[in-house]
Design a protein around this ligand. Structure first.
Ligand code: 5GP
Ligand code: MN
Length: 337
């Protein structure tokens, strides 16, 4: 993978560009994709954002979100556009399998692949150009850097700002995580100067759910949480029946994993959701508890030091048993005792 600044001189020549991101895009994935979409469109490129899957309804407000193609619903059209792209930007993931069923399509496509991402252990051989920086708060911050460093900072506008701000608050827990640097706060000041209404972005993302979701959270915290005080860890599980009973949709479980971290002393929180095709894990931690390694080693996943995800094809009961077992065996290695 060559450094991304090699493509800066090429940005002035109009091209067909596809932007893609990880499956079930979160605010950082969708915000960085649409922020870059607006920027490249202003430069005169023909740009299409293709999401590997559907996404949470709380992202639909983002400017141009209605133009994003859901690959699972439009396979032929997506493949056609992907195959005719000169450039394929890959945002907020660093191994192709994170794009699920879209992965073979991206892999086969002839376009130049360009990575912008902040996760650990990038598969650099899959990309021709790119930037991978685990020190960055969010891919949105990196798209901002891309716009500024390529010499086009004057093109920043309110639409780009709203998209990028959404990803920043999503990935930094609204500026509370250590990755929220002075540079990031300077970036937000610059976004505010474009006319960004940050309060609206917070409301779109955090205050736009139905009553059922709050009742569901109440149910889960009351009946589906186990606290291991000896390991400073808490575990939440969600059954298929819970998802049906509360009519839970994509995005409704986002953020649930953070609740146990508000218990004094808890330094690792895990949640597993019994989805149709797999058991999907999320891990969050505080301080020196490395959930990237934990997820990678035991749950086919990875991510960041303090926030990672994984999966299991075992039953819910079995994957819960595995979690309890490895927690007990590795608690001291992971600094949980
Ligand atoms: P979440 O728990 O919100 O799904 O994901 C937490 C972080 O880990 C995100 O940055 C996400 O992109 C990453 N992540 C989630 N699931 C996986 C996975 O299965 N593999 C890898 N490598 N990263 C993941
Ligand atoms: Mn991210």
């Amino acid at each position: 993978m060559q450094p991304i600044h090699y493509i800066y001189p090429e940005l002035g020549t109009p091209r067909k560009i596809v932007i893609t991101t990880h499956q079930k895009p979160d605010p950082d994935a969708m915000g960085s994709s649409l922020g870059l979409y607006h920027f490249l469109t202003l430069l005169g490129h023909e740009v299409t954002v293709i999401s590997p899957t559907n996404w949470a309804a709380f992202l639909d407000w983002m400017p141009a979100c209605e133009k994003v193609i859901n690959f699972e619903m439009n396979r032929e059209r997506s493949e056609m556009i992907m195959n005719s792209a000169d450039w394929i930007f890959c945002l907020d993931f660093n191994t192709l399998h994170r794009t699920k069923n879209l992965a073979p399509v991206v892999e086969r496509a002839g376009g130049v692949k360009i990575l912008i991402d902040h996760h650990q252990q990038p598969a650099v051989e899959s990309f021709s150009y790119g930037v991978s920086d685990t020190g960055k708060s969010s891919t949105c911050e990196m798209v901002y850097d891309f716009i500024e460093e390529s010499g086009h900072g004057h093109l920043l506008n309110k639409d780009i700002a709203a998209c990028l701000y959404a990803g920043v608050i999503g990935d930094t827990g609204s500026f509370r995580f250590p990755a929220a640097s002075a540079d990031l706060h300077r970036m937000v000041a610059r976004l505010k100067e474009t006319g960004l209404q940050h309060t609206l972005v917070h409301e779109h993302i955090y205050d736009s759910f139905y009553e059922n979701r709050l009742r569901f959270i109440g149910h889960v915290l009351t009946n589906r949480m186990e606290v291991f005080y000896e390991y400073n860890t808490a575990l939440i599980w969600v059954t298929k029946q819970d998802l049906l009973r509360y009519d839970i949709k994509t995005g409704d479980t986002e953020g649930l994993v953070n609740y146990p971290l508000s218990i004094m002393g808890i330094r690792m929180a895990a949640i597993v959701i019994d989805r149709d095709e797999e058991r999907k894990w999320s891990f969050r931690s505080k301080g020196n508890v490395d959930v990237n390694t934990f997820a990678r080693r035991y749950f086919e996943g990875g991510g960041h030091f303090n926030a990672a995800g994984g999966r299991s094809s075992a039953s819910l009961e079995e994957t819960l048993r595995t979690f309890r077992k490895v927690l007990k065996e590795t608690a001291s290695e992971f600094q949980l005792t």
